[in-house]
Design a protein around this ligand. Sequence first.
Ligand SMILES: *Cc1c(COP(=O)(O)O)cnc(C)c1O
Length: 394
Amino acid sequence: MAKGGKTGGGKWRVATRLVLAGRDPFAFEGFVNTPIYRGSTVLSPTVAQFVGRTGRYQYGRRGTPTTDALADAIGSLEGGAGVVLTPSGLSAITVALLSLVKSGDQILVTDSIYYPTRHFCDTALKRLGVETIYYDPLIGAGIADLFRPNTTAVFLEAPGSLTFEVQDVPAIAKVAHARGAAVLMDNTWATPVFFRPHEHGVDLSIQAGTKYLGGHADANIGTLSATEAYWPRLKETHGSLGICAGPEDVFLSLRGLRTLGVRLERHMQSGLKVARWLQTRPEVQRVLHPALQGDPGHAIWKRDFSGACGLFSFVLKPNAQAAVASFIEGLELFGIGASWGGYESLAIPFDCSKMRTATKWNPGGPCVRLHVGLEDPDDLIADLERGLARLAST
Ligand SMILES: *Cc1c(COP(=O)(O)O)cnc(C)c1O
């Protein structure tokens, strides 16, 4: 992975590494940032170098100084053995799974998984002869009961998509490793700044960099870090599938990385302020945010995570069903749209009662997911307050 950059391994704290990692200015005439290399063909000065593949770069798809800079930087945050980049978060997930499974295998996947991951398991993986069993995200060490001799991987995501259940990652990883199974985790919510998957027993750590790494809703990218044991097959699978991330999106991710720490800190503080305010509102039944005291996942979140991002959900009282659309559509500062992690706030309604199979989702009222952006949180609260008044009047 590293080309001897200046990240200094574990020497620097995270905020410092976000500034230094993946940069080597004097390799680029002193320019502070690694430039965007575009290219397919890489010329060799001699036939011997071309045939022997002894040059640093051989072909654009297999890596450029720009992609190396980002892979090195992510590697310094994740602390694994190697990193590959993919053109989206979902492709990081599919490459990770394809690097592990073969026909006849069974995999265990959390019921709270990002829905497109579930779709991939239930369609493409099923056609390849891989069976997916979904488990309750709160199962903990009880996951042992689901293992069969052909169980080869466990896929976690914590907190869960839309509903924010926190899993006991170390307990699940311990059981999986005792059975020789690999542990994968979608760590998009916390990013490696707030949760370091490899330190908690995860073999393949996945991040949809589209969200906070890019941070400006203008790029699609995925990052995938593997431990020593899983790095060779990850690298091989990524290469043989012909996966590569676009140069501009890689550059935007490097740019986003430099401010990731301060942005996340603000998303966390503003998100908590809005979440605590929602808790005081009579229209709100429940706020789903693991950093709130009293949340069912709070104790494990506090034990394993060092922060929270700006994404969480809340459940309204049942009588609000008919008025949810007018509540959301009338918000001036929250856009209606998929994805999150940009500087801007978003609000979407959701109902995952039909997505879950191992657990029942029956919250007793309409649900809304918020992404709290970098606006002034008091403006966001005032906007939501006017929205809740609309709920009452419709
Ligand atoms: C958005 C998201 C992804 C997928 O990322 P894309 O870049 O949109 O493919 C994966 N996992 C989680 C948890 C996400 O929120």
